[in-house]
Design a protein around this ligand. Sequence first.
Ligand code: URA
Length: 440
Amino acid sequence: MAAPSQLNPVEFLRHKRDGGEHRPSDISAFIDAFVAGNVADYQASAWLMAAFLKGLSRQETLALTQAMLHSGSVLTLPSVKRARVDKHSTGGVGDKISLCLAPLVAACGVAVPMISGRGLGHTGGTLDKLEAIPGFRVDLDAKRFERFVRDVGTCLIGQTEKLAPADRRLYALRDVTATVECIPLIVASILSKKLAEGIDGLVLDVKCGGGAFMKDLKSARALAQALVSVGKGAGKRVTALITDMSAPIGRTIGNALETREAIEILQNAGPADTRALTLELGAEMLVVGKRCKNRKEGLPLLERALADGSALAVFRRLVKAQGGDARVVDDPSRLPQSKTKLVVTAPKSGFVTGIDALALGLLAIELGAGRTRADQKIDPAAGFELHATLGERVQRGTPLITIHAASPTLARSVEARVARTYSLGTRVVRKKPLILARLD
Ligand code: URA
């Protein structure tokens, strides 16, 4: 089947509808025309559905990524002389890792320019967690972004109007045309934004399990492989870890609560799984940034930066630079606190055999910790504090989880459903490993 020689949007659509493979130049012309307003939203939507149904090859995905990347400005961060490496997570419940990881890796000598997102579906967003810190600004321009990456070692902001505008417009169409769950479209969407940050390399945390978008290892592996392959095709050093998301990460869900936990990690404390995941991703970032040869060399550097306070010092500088109240770093009780705290206790004695991360993520949205519409205001203090986690033994009547809510009525409205997210059994279950697979 011959590809269309000149871009005619209708022929372009027909080509994909009939299972053809696009030439990179046609994909680029289509995206340029879409951004310029010469391809209508209904035509772009029809193409997205055709791509969803017929798929895109690696070459097409790479061409789409490049076209979306170059639809806006691409940062180069010339004044940042250190290696620049970012991390991207495909989204989980209780995933506060970016908040502690970015300053930790920066403290070890690799710069971390990070453009993050807000909550998506049942998963939380880094920007919402940072904004729980009074005064913290995530809407910085490219100049200040570069200055803080250079001087502080890291900066975390939201996507600006100028970065990958094709992704913003295509994502809005995908959201309402049932074309989100498509690996090539997800890959182009994620990578076009990440490549616009001026990075040398990227570490991907592809979440797998009930609380993730990828529920099983096969689909998580397919996404990870596509991300690594297209990222490398774009000339970047890329590694992916597939990590377990069958239960929430750490002991907190909700913006201020998660920020507090991330600070605890930087204070060389905090839950073991949050710390372990931070260290594993950090070691990968140091390898990608050529700060060390392998993970084994990277881990002690990171542990030292937690123990000697240098990672916490970078976080303090980051908060100050981005306009936040840096006193929270030493006194997290200054973070927003909920008016109501309702403790849910174990209905019987036994071992915790399961915690439904997806259900808790959705219940957190009901408490106001996330959004169901883009214009909704969130409650930074709302969420859950987990007292018992997978594999732990509990006695009847001991606390399982505390609901943090704006009112007793709101807390009580979710209480019974929160209690049902815990499964208790007579035998201890074997925990899944934190890292399910590694791809590079
Ligand atoms: N996150 C993104 O940025 N894009 C997608 O398509 C899915 C998740």
